[in-house]
Design a protein around this ligand. Structure first.
Ligand SMILES: [Zn+2]
Ligand SMILES: [Zn+2]
Length: 351
């Protein structure tokens, strides 16, 4: 099966954190973090519709200028998401430049920014190039808790982690692929029609199997409509394939609260991209710097039941020996690191 997106780390593991999700069909991409973006050519940056910035430490936000410079002349809106205070930071970046040559241009490049506070999108604003990127307040987007983006084919969910400051961890979740068995429909005497679109929507919304569905009947001598349970329709006429789930976790101290949030977000994910800056022998340094160790990252991946774990964001103290980090996360992922700090609390804090 072909997935909706293709994930790719932007930099080598010692470089800035960042993940690029390229849509296989259509020119579109999502970015997780805006650190060093130079490995991405302009044609790839021009596809970016949404960028999710975990926090505003420099190695996660310094690439904003490059993205802005490449996208300035394009008509497609850019949607940014970040933690509390993020709109101010975008505003300050934009205020650092003179815009007299593009203000008033026919092409209006618009940047929308929304902040997640706890579990909610709480504040929003937009900046128009035509208006020299002056800040305009917007009502916060209407969204369910923890949801940043909800489109027909996918959604992006986030949780707030503790990194001394709030830091967003995000999950890209492709919605289930739903196909209709047309021959089975015919056998049941049910017609093809707009009700099938409604049926697919109900499945994507996650409505319970007991929900009764009004279906037009195509059979002669039957009532014009019949009531059938969603569960029966799912079993008898639909072929449902779960969508891909890709999770991105960076910059978080290891404690029970963070661990629980990461495990919930990454539960059963297909791929977990997770920071692994330190070896477990340096767990005290990791705790002081409010980061994970590779053993902790591997243990979180194991407890979340992910299919594949990819480490990133290695400390430069291990330059020349990245295999040590890879071996450690693999061992912890396999459950083969007794005595490591994977299950113990090495720091305390709150989100
Ligand atoms: Zn950080
Ligand atoms: Zn970082």
């Amino acid at each position: 099966m072909t997935w909706l997106v293709q994930p790719r780390l932007i930099n080598d593991p010692f470089g800035d954190a960042g993940l690029y999700l390229d849509f296989r069909f259509g020119k579109r991409a999502l970015l997780f973090d805006l650190g060093d973006l130079h490995p991405l050519p302009p044609r790839k940056l021009l596809r970016v519709s949404n960028a999710f910035v975990s926090h505003a430490h420099m190695d996660h936000f310094c690439g904003f200028d490059r993205l802005l410079g490449v996208c300035l002349g394009r008509p497609l809106r850019l949607e940014l998401f970040g933690p509390p205070g993020f709109i101010d930071r975008v505003q300050h970046k934009l205020a650092a430049y003179s815009w007299n040559l593009i203000a008033g241009n026919a092409t209006d490049f618009v940047i929308g920014v929304a902040e997640m506070h706890g579990d909610w999108l709480a504040v929003a604003a937009e900046f128009h190039s035509r208006d020299a990127f002056r800040r305009t307040a917007l009502p916060p987007p209407v969204a369910k808790p923890g949801i940043l983006v909800d489109e027909a084919e996918f959604r992006v969910r986030a949780v707030t982690l503790d990194h001394g400051i709030p830091c967003l961890a995000s999950a890209f979740e492709e919605k289930p692929r739903i196909n209709v068995w047309k021959d089975r429909l015919r056998r049941l005497g049910l017609p093809v029609g707009p009700w099938l679109t409604e049926l697919k929507r109900a499945v994507r919304r996650g409505e319970p199997d007991e929900t009764l569905f009004t279906v037009p009947s195509a059979a002669a001598g039957e009532p014009a409509e019949v009531r059938v349970s969603l569960g029966q329709l799912k079993t008898e006429v639909l072929h449902i394939v779960p969508g891909e789930r890709i999770v991105y976790v960076v910059d978080a101290v290891y404690h029970a609260n963070n661990a629980a949030r990461i495990i919930e977000l990454a539960s059963d994910a297909d791929q977990l991209f997770i920071e692994s800056p330190f070896l477990d022998e340096d767990a005290a340094i990791a705790a002081r710097k409010l980061h994970l160790t590779a053993a902790q990252a591997g243990s979180l991946a194991r407890r979340a039941g992910v299919k594949r774990v990819v480490p990133l964001h290695f400390s430069r103290r291990y330059l020349g020996r990245p295999e040590r980090i890879r071996q450690e996360i693999d061992a912890a992922f396999a459950g083969a690191m007794p005595g490591a700090t994977d299950g113990r609390i090495v720091a305390t804090g709150t989100c």
